[in-house]
Design a protein around this ligand. Structure first.
Ligand code: ATP
Ligand code: MG
Length: 436
């Protein structure tokens, strides 16, 4: 026997029933986004490497060490997307969605970063990503936050904390940047190698360092909120005041700088303390200069992304009622005649009872083993057909939970009986249905 091909570290298979749980979460998120007027966009998983270099920034962890970059067969440098914003902006420009327009968009799918795999941190992970192109805010900034807050409520998540900051305009950031460089230059001995290198190229990134040895000098660094320009200050104040009147609590974290270069003004994160070190469930911010930087006409925009793995993990930790879709009815078919009549009969039942979850026994087996499968399937009812029943066009109907007796029914009456059974046994939502 030849050796197994190994999976790639940090890239997970999503198996049932977890896949059904993901669908449940994704459906719920999609409903909320749709209710706010967001429409789905699907963009490629692969883009030109240049797109990410120019948007995320040369001197960021993502571009310096985390991208899956390769040459295709014609020698073009391509990269598996590490995030969705750049691709969506690129798609907006490529498809003429930018100039004098407004678009509320969302997208979902896998992202790729060559990080150190650990709980809540993977090399292929999944995001649901939301972008509003052509909106200067702060109204849309507030609406995005209110929308995410509604989502947490809908998911029953009470404990998420919102952190906010403003990164100001580039001009304000330049002034701030000089102060930061001056501060960190006085503590060169404490800076790690990455940070020393970034002192010239991207000193704000040092604030994002997770190195505990540097925590003290990072805490003592000057803060951007003391250096905001008037316009950014007014924008931020207006955002905070909408959040205040909507009753959203938040804390302002002046050290929240985010790991990508394209942000300006508003940035925010929703954090949990229930997932250990990987506490950011959802993060985003405004990127007013990115569209122009990528060749489109100047267009303000803001977006956020949530990590699906982390959200699902948090929902598990908080006891979210995940449901596994189970069949309503299992059809037992014993004998050659029954087997050949069973599938056409099942089709008729599906026609007559919309939404019927019917699992037909395929692959034969004794009555006993088919009953075992019926039981394991979780179905509440079995349709039992042997060769003799097939000749008479009749079937046994046996409730699988509780002690009710098997009844004998003509095929023409089956749909009515099954319908009645489902109505009386599953009033309201069925297990596996979406929860609202
Ligand atoms: P972190 O600070 O945890 O590295 P980030 O700031 O790099 O997060 P973003 O680039 O803003 O994250 O991505 C948005 C969301 O995607 C995060 O809030 C997180 O939930 C999720 N996420 C980011 N990187 C990973 C990863 N490697 N594995 C799983 N989820 C991730
Ligand atoms: Mg990161």
């Amino acid at each position: 026997m030849s050796a197994n091909v190994k999976p790639i570290r940090g890239m997970n298979d999503l198996l049932p029933p977890d896949s059904a749980h993901w669908q449940q979460v994704e459906d719920l998120v999609r409903e909320v986004l749709q209710d706010y007027g967001y429409r789905e966009i699907r963009v490629p998983v692969v883009e030109r490497t240049e797109l990410f270099r120019r948007s995320i920034g040369e001197v960021t962890d993502i571009v310096e060490k985390e991208m899956y970059t390769f040459e295709d067969r014609s020698g073009d440098s391509l990269t598996l997307r590490p995030e969705a914003t750049a691709g969506i902006v690129r798609a907006g420009i490529s498809n003429g969605l930018i100039h004098n327009q407004r678009h509320r968009l969302w997208c979902k799918g896998p992202m790729f970063r060559y990080e150190r795999p650990q709980k809540g941190r993977y090399r292929q992970f999944h995001q649901i990503d939301v972008e509003a192109l052509g909106y200067a805010g702060p109204d849309i900034d507030a609406e995005m936050i209110l929308m995410s807050a509604r989502l947490w409520r809908k998911l029953g998540l009470g404990g998420l904390k919102l952190e906010l900051n403003s990164l100001g305009t580039p001009a304000a950031r330049q002034v701030y940047r000089d102060k930061l460089v001056a501060h960190f230059s006085r503590h060169l001995d404490v800076l790690d190698e990455d940070s020393r290198r970034r002192l010239d190229s991207n000193p704000l990134r040092i604030l994002d360092s997770k190195n505990p040895a540097m925590a003290e000098i990072v805490a003592a660094a000057p803060v951007i909120t003391d250096h905001l320009d008037d316009e950014s200050r007014a924008h931020f104040d207006a955002l905070c005041s909408i959040l205040d009147s909507a009753g959203i609590s938040y804390s302002i974290n002046p050290r929240l700088v985010r790991g990508l270069d394209y942000y300006s003004k508003t940035v925010f994160e929703w954090l949990t303390d229930q997932l250990g070190a990987q506490g950011a469930v959802c993060s985003g911010g405004r990127y007013d200069l990115l569209v122009e930087q990528l060749g489109g006409s100047a267009t303000p925009a803001i977006g956020w992304a949530l990590g699906v793995e982390r959200l699902v993990a948090l929902l598990r930790a908080t006891g979210f009622p995940f449901a596994d879709p189970i069949p309503d009815v299992y059809m037992v078919l014993a004998g050659g005649k029954a087997e050949s009549a069973g599938l056409p009969l099942a089709e008729k039942l599906r026609d007559k009872i919309p939404g019927l979850r019917l699992e037909v026994n395929c692959g034969g087996g004794s009555f006993k083993s088919q009953f075992r499968r019926a039981d394991r399937s979780g179905a509440g009812l079995a349709i039992i057909i042997g060769d003799a029943e097939t000749e008479q066009r009749r079937a046994g109907l046996k409730p699988l939970r509780g002690g009710d007796k098997q009844v004998d029914v003509a095929w023409d009456e089956l749909a009515t009986h099954i319908g009645n059974f489902l109505d009386s046994n599953q009033p309201g939502a069925r297990q596996g249905d979406r929860l609202d």
